[in-house]
Design a protein around this ligand. Structure first.
Ligand SMILES: NC(=O)c1ccc[n+]([C@@H]2O[C@H](COP(=O)([O-])OP(=O)(O)OC[C@H]3O[C@@H](n4cnc5c(N)ncnc54)[C@H](OP(=O)(O)O)[C@@H]3O)[C@@H](O)[C@H]2O)c1
Length: 144
């Protein structure tokens, strides 16, 4: 991002990046913080890891969803919005659309945000590649 800024006198308005609760490459590399500090909007594509969060049995995410009477998908969206990020969530299902819109109508506590900040999918290390999901079905490796 620093290098890219050298090549424009107009500044950079937004940076669209693969980012969700599982894939934290942009967070861990400091890109999200850098953009936030430099007034560059971070747009997250694949924010739901292609529907992955709806089917997760992860205890931490499900416990938080129960606590806020929200779904694990809503927790995943809310986390990104709290990071100052604009998630581009895609859905073809009207009840999913409503669920996703409602995901910004609650506030995670500071302690719970910190919990999510620390949270990683067990066994998952920030990779060069991520598995592409359709629902819970793994399809192929995608380049990050
Ligand atoms: N710039 C890039 O390189 C790039 C790359 C990839 C994607 N994108 C863009 O980013 C957008 C999103 O990408 P994406 O489709 O890969 O990822 P996504 O938004 O993470 O996931 C979309 C999937 O999640 C499901 N979903 C949505 N809301 C749900 C809910 N509440 N409960 C359960 N499932 C839910 C959708 O199914 P239903 O339709 O059944 O709800 C769909 O299968 C797209 O518009 C795409 O064009 C950009």
């Amino acid at each position: 991002m620093k290098e890219a800024l050298k090549y424009t006198k107009h500044g950079i308005v937004a940076n669209e990046t693969h980012y969700n609760l599982v894939v934290r490459t942009s967070e861990e590399s400091g890109v999200v913080d850098f953009c936030n500090k430099n007034n560059i909007l971070v747009i997250a594509y694949r924010p739901l890891r292609m529907g992955y969060f709806a089917g997760t049995e992860d205890k931490v995410l499900n416990k938080l969803a129960d606590k806020y009477k929200m779904t694990t998908t809503q927790i995943a969206i809310n986390y990104l919005v709290n990071k100052g990020v604009l998630p581009i969530v895609k859905s073809t299902n009207i009840s999913h659309l409503k669920e996703n819109i409602d995901a910004v109508n609650f506030k995670l506590s500071k302690a719970d945000l910190e919990k999510l900040e620390e949270w990683r999918l067990p066994g998952y290390k920030t990779p060069k590649y991520d598995l592409e999901y359709y629902g819970s079905e793994k399809i192929r490796l995608v380049n990050l």
